[in-house]
Write a protein that binds this ligand. Sequence first.
Ligand SMILES: *Cc1c(COP(=O)(O)O)cnc(C)c1O
Length: 435
Amino acid sequence: MLFYSTNNKDLRVPFQEAVFNSLPADRGLYMPETIPVLDAYFIQNLHRYSLQEIAYTVAKALIGEDIPEADLHRIVYEAIDFDAPVRPLDSGLAVLELFHGPSLAFKDFGARFMSRVMAHFSAEGSQVLDVLVATSGDTGGAVALGFLGVPGTRVTILYPKGKVSPIQELQLTTNGQNIRAIEIDGTFDDCQALVKEAFNDRELQSVFRLTSANSINIARLIPQTFYYFHAYAQLLAQGIKDVVFSVPSGNFGNIGAGLLAFKMGLPVQHFVAATNANDTVPRFLESGLYEPRPSVQTLANAMDVGNPSNWVRIMDLFGNDLAALKQTVSSFTFTDADTREAIRTLYDRYSYIACPHTAIAWLAAETYRRQHKGNFATVFLSTAHPCKFPEVFPPEIAAQITVPAQVNVLQRRAKEAIGLDMDYERFKNYLLGAR
Ligand SMILES: *Cc1c(COP(=O)(O)O)cnc(C)c1O
């Protein structure tokens, strides 16, 4: 499979190059030159396959020419070694839990798959692969745990000071080995801007073998399609065929992957992009004007993105046709007050404890259900374990959260992070100095 830049369809590169460059030089994003449509028999019989079998089939359709079968099989089975269950809440409403991986967030799918793909391609390379990643919280933990101890790699994580939760910060800053954390006095967008600048810096490019691990990397997007197929499979097993997914969205990689699955033949009725106060996309769907704004801080901090990187991919999937896109995608925005109330209602009504991102996805699902009567099941995606955001919950709900064992281990370790501001030259000098 070749991958083109969303800014120039004539610029095509092999998968390996798209993975290591992450961003094309023209600052577009890589997309597969053709979108393989999966066999109808496979789709109709998805419920007969396991998550790993589905993942392997989907991966093979996209990148089967680029990685030998046995290697791809091993990568998929090693990376996707945890479950993604759909839990019914009431008739027509279910939650897809994506937080059963090591960092307790859905980003484990992308990070674990990408790290193994990169290790596969760099097996013969001699220079250390330097992974630079900006995180608003969950990416860093997933990437750190995905690469921890992988030979020939080093990971540098930039995170916004004071804007990640204590558990997230522990996951970023207690790893040691080939992982280092930089605490930036700024926002997530500032962190992302520093990383993007570094990738466009010829001097750094000549000194380091740089690569990105953000959701802009195509090797993170691909594995996020797997759980949409598998969620559909679980509904199919109950005889349900009409499905709407509601996806809590920040950088729009998660929902972008869902839409890629849709274009690969997954017969989803509709997608709902749920956002917090960072409402660039719902405003765009309403007005047709794409007007990004600086991000604002909310309770759902992994969605605090003012200018979602993956949006161009979604437009590209729909041929930049807004009317066509709106037939498949709706978007709603919610405040922190809405989020708190949703957490309370989910707990009272279903005894379900949802993290703030997940609560927003539920709100958007409910809004869509109110507006569209019909015989479909709505599945909202739960993107993180609630224990990552303890300060958000009222004490009586917080007391009911069970903290998984891997978190308790981190609490006994010391934080190690370098503090920097948002000045690019200082960041660059740090990287060069730490050679
Ligand atoms: C990253 C993240 C999101 C947003 O996902 P995108 O792919 O950036 O849209 C939502 N919830 C949680 C918990 C996250 O970590």
